[in-house]
Design a protein. Structure first.
Length: 201
């Protein structure tokens, strides 16, 4: 009977150690995501691709990616709260089982944790450094833009003419003559006189 109690207590001790490790891992993930938000970096899991390169699409993409990180943080904080509650119940159970010895067992477990979690923080810091280099480096390729018009003639255009030609062949002239309404009325009157009289014999 005593052996069963000891085995159950050891099982709870291992459960406490695993839960504590999960808690530290969860806190590390919270740290990583908060750093991403502060440095305006997008981790790989939040990389959302929108098949459009317009400014509006890029703005929407940025909003969606930030929302994804914020949702991940909400989930991690909920997970942290659940793990803390589970640890609280385990500590009460183990303290009741081991008595005064539990304090020393807890100290041994707590001393092992920082060494194990340190490697996780190192990995996360490397992840923070990698996207910062990828996302903050400006592209080296410079596009060469050619002029809108090439004048191969001896004619010299004025500034207004060049501005008009730079608008391209699809540009529609929308300026109207001062007497456009009078001309329109004369054209309509002339067109009406050419129509055959309806009902004329």
């Amino acid at each position: 009977m005593h052996l069963k109690i000891v085995n159950a207590s050891q099982g709870h001790t291992h459960q406490y150690e695993n839960t504590k490790r999960k808690l530290y891992s969860c806190i590390a993930n919270i740290y990583f995501n908060r750093q991403c938000l502060q440095k305006t970096l997008i981790p790989h899991y939040a990389n959302i691709k929108i098949p459009n390169s317009s400014p509006a699409a890029k703005f929407t993409q940025r909003i969606a990616q930030t929302l994804r990180i914020n949702d991940e943080l909400k989930y991690l904080y909920m997970k942290k709260q659940q793990l803390n509650h589970k640890l609280y119940l385990l500590i009460l159970s183990l303290a009741n089982t081991w008595g005064n010895s539990w304090h020393y067992i807890q100290c041994v477990i707590e001393d092992k944790m920082p060494r194990k979690i340190q490697s996780k923080y190192k990995t996360l810091d490397n992840k923070l450094h990698k996207p910062s280099r990828e996302q903050l480096i400006t592209p080296k390729d410079h596009h060469k833009f050619y002029p809108g018009i090439l004048n191969n003639m001896d004619i010299t255009f004025s500034a207004n003419e060049r501005a008009l030609l730079n608008k391209g062949p699809k540009y529609n002239l929308h300026s109207k003559n001062k007497h456009w309404f009078t001309n329109l009325a004369l054209e309509v009157e002339s067109a009406i006189t050419l129509l055959p009289m309806i009902g004329r014999e």
